[in-house]
Design a protein around this ligand. Sequence first.
Ligand code: GDP
Ligand code: MG
Length: 167
Amino acid sequence: YCGFVAIVGRPNVGKSTLLNKLLGQKVSITSRKPQTTRHRILGIDTQGAYQTIFVDTPGLHIEEKRAINRLMNRAATSSLGDVEMVVFVVDGTHWTDDDEMVLNKLRHMHCPVVLAVNKVDVIKDKEILLPHLQMLAQKGNFAEILPISAEKGTNVEKIREMAKRLL
Ligand code: GDP
Ligand code: MG
């Protein structure tokens, strides 16, 4: 059993950190600097007869004036071609126009889209998290909304389990 899972989102939300956490090793470069991931990075998670191929993608941008942005958008969009699941990563502390743009790209997807609301470890006041998650739930038709911390590993196992369940 083998399936593809695309990890998408705007720059700097923690996509590469999530891939590394899912795999337990540093396969993708992470950085505070946006645009660190410039190509698709594949990571294979093998659990017995099940293999999930996680595809880390460059961040999607609205701004396409620079050639590098256009190339990165193309690399990210093309990896949405034939996947079993999409993990849409956002920063739990704020929602931006770039997030909205990514969401609009995902509206045509036929596979489940899991919204991973990342960096919840920095949200000190957990009471603001619930209304924020409720606001995000209104935005699209998500298979699941998971508050996660890619850095600390919170709920990362749930993403792996969801991917496996689809196979
Ligand atoms: P990408 O551009 O979406 O691939 O983002 P990266 O994985 O490169 O991460 C961007 C920045 O966010 C880096 O400085 C990471 O250390 C940081 N980061 C990623 N995940 C988390 C998280 O769960 N919590 C916190 N506090 N920081 C995170
Ligand atoms: Mg990256």
